[in-house]
Design a protein around this ligand. Structure first.
Ligand code: ATP
Ligand code: MG
Length: 234
């Protein structure tokens, strides 16, 4: 469903991603792992069209490399950005509506909204609350629900567990499993390797902009080199 070929991302003199190739099949959950600065967010940003890159990004057999981020969302790929980035001064309901704005008709959104309010009941109780006043875990749930309102077939989650208490992280991962069961294709970016590998089918491990290891999640979990890979060793 997603094919990334020889992706290179440069920021001035810095090369953050050095020729990365990734494939994600329909219905798969694929983890993108690696330490701080490995290039994970740069890959995600390039895949969704938010930073310039060279190489090729294809989605559903179609080259999307030259599409704008909005056109890519319309093509049914979407990202839950690192740090959540909900619209703090808008209410929960308004955030959800914005997530669905690429859908043509407003009333088409209702069924979708009900579905994600059922999944995240905490949001239903807070529809009129400003998103900026939600707790970190609630903001992450809103960010996921907002992304799902665009009816993606590919959902990219950039470090959904970042800065959250272990109990909340466990709940976020339960929700990811629930989304996975619904059949959506997921790319899960995480530093939290063990937890990500527990829900992923396959994983790529990056450091300094290069893929160091790729394989089935179960295999990686048992790999004695994992601790080393987690801190950027080869
Ligand atoms: N906008 C930018 N301008 C310049 N350099 C950048 C920019 N964004 C990222 N970088 C650099 O690119 C490299 C990769 O950063 P990136 O954010 O992709 O890593 P990451 O794997 O997502 O890290 P983290 O786990 O900390 O989020 C880093 O060296 C970073 O300093
Ligand atoms: Mg990042």
């Amino acid at each position: 469903m997603l094919v990334v070929e020889n992706l290179v991302v440069r920021y001035g003199p810095i090369t953050a991603v050095r020729g990365v190739s990734i494939e994600v099949g329909a219905g798969e959950t694929v983890a993108l792992l690696g330490p701080n600065g490995a290039g994970k967010t740069s890959i995600v940003s390039a895949v969704i069209g938010l930073v310039p890159s060279t190489g090729r990004v294809s989605f559903d057999g179609r080259d999307v490399s030259n599409l704008s981020p909005e056109e890519r969302v319309r093509a049914a790929m979407t990202v839950v950005p690192e740090g959540r980035r909900v619209f703090a001064n808008l209410t929960v309901a308004e955030n959800l509506r914005l997530g669905g704005f690429v859908r043509r008709r407003e009333r088409d959104q209702d069924g979708e909204r009900d579905r994600y309010l059922a999944m995240f009941p905490v949001l239903r109780e807070r529809l009129d609350q400003l998103a900026g006043t939600l707790s970190g875990g609630e903001q992450q749930m809103l960010a996921i629900a907002r992304a799902m309102m665009s009816k993606p077939r590919l959902l990219i989650l950039d470090e959904p567990s970042l800065g959250l208490a272990p109990r909340i992280v466990a709940r976020i991962f339960e929700h990811i499993v629930e989304l996975k069961k619904s059949g959506i294709t997921i790319v899960l970016v995480e530093q939290n390797m063990m937890q990500a590998l527990a829900v992923a089918d396959r994983a790529y491990v990056l450091s300094t902009g290069t893929i160091r290891h790729a394989g089935p999640a179960a295999e990686l979990r048992a790999d004695p080199r994992l601790a080393d890979l987690a801190i950027g060793g080869h």
